[in-house]
Design a protein around this ligand. Structure first.
Ligand code: FAD
Length: 259
């Protein structure tokens, strides 16, 4: 994933980077006079903390992404952005496939129906890796054979697996980018897309350091409590109406809180 472009370009920056557009937009409400009262960072943090997120929409970032189809499919569920993807109807596509290394092949999670769990028996992981590579090779070979035989590209592509790489541009504002990062840096997200989210986060830190710090403090490293969790905190133990799943989640939060 790489950053292609960032808006704003024309905003008077006063020592800030693209984040100048956030405080510029906010000060239409708060007035320039408050600048002496609140620092730029103080204002930005106040906005973030109180969910006044519209000013964060003033920063827009364009990314170029190369990712396996199954990851792109998860990515494009984030509707609040613009995408343009390479067309496998128009172009003959390259032989790029994501083949997980045996160490990355884990067992089904016992706790999370969607996720991976413990590492697998190395023999099965290695066999999966080899069989996937073999299947990809056969799919790729079939695709190219029939392209050469004159089958339309839009039809020939259907033999290719979900591990095939695709490329797209993604333009997204900072508010929705934080929404993406919150969901896709989370431990519930698949490892592959978490890697991309982490790479985006690291790049973003260079361009929007104040906003990323606010995101760290108010989202990433914060702990949100439900009413039952507040009850548990006050009463010293999980209330009986907490479900087993809620108890697990509460336990994780307790650990994060150091309780
Ligand atoms: C761990 C994980 C597991 C998931 N599992 C599944 C799954 O099994 N099946 C599945 O289908 N999806 C699944 N998803 C996708 C998920 O349900 C969301 O579609 C995806 O994360 C995009 O989130 P979003 O809607 O907040 O983002 P965006 O689509 O970018 O929307 C951003 C925000 O805009 C607003 N918005 C956008 N569109 C609308 C709308 N039509 N109406 C009202 N408000 C809107 C909402 O406030 C939304 O939060 C999963 C996601 C994650 C992270």
């Amino acid at each position: 994933v790489c950053l292609v472009d960032v808006m704003p370009r024309l905003v008077e920056r006063g020592g800030l980077g693209p984040e100048a557009a956030i405080v510029q937009a906010a000060r239409i409400s708060y007035g320039a006079g408050t600048k002496t009262v609140r620092t730029d960072e103080g204002l930005l943090r106040y906005l973030f903390r109180n969910a006044h997120m519209t000013p964060f929409e003033m920063v827009v970032l364009k990314w170029r992404v190369r990712a396996p189809l199954f990851t792109a499919r998860q990515w494009m569920r984030h509707r609040a952005g613009s995408y343009n993807e390479v067309s496998a109807r128009y172009s003959v596509i390259g032989s790029d496939y994501y083949i997980p290394e045996p160490d990355d092949v884990c067992g089904q999670s016992a706790a999370n129906r969607q996720g991976s769990g413990e590492p697998l028996n190395p023999g099965i992981a290695k066999m999966f890796h080899n069989d996937a590579a073999d299947l990809y090779w056969r799919g790729d070979n079939t695709y190219r054979t029939y392209i050469e035989a004159g089958v339309a590209r839009e039809m020939a592509r259907i033999v290719l697996p979900e591990g095939r790489y695709t490329s797209f541009y993604w333009t997204v504002n900072l508010r929705n980018l934080f929404g993406f990062l919150e969901l896709r840096m989370d431990s519930h997200a698949q490892d592959n897309i978490r890697g991309y989210a982490r790479a985006i986060y690291d790049i973003l830190r260079d361009y929007c350091p104040l906003a990323v710090r606010a995101f760290d403090d108010y989202v990433l490293d914060a702990v949100k409590l439900s009413a039952l969790e507040v009850k548990a905190l006050r009463g010293g133990e999980a209330p009986p109406e907490m479900s087993a799943r809620e108890r697990d989640e509460w336990q994780k939060k307790r650990e994060k809180l150091g309780l």
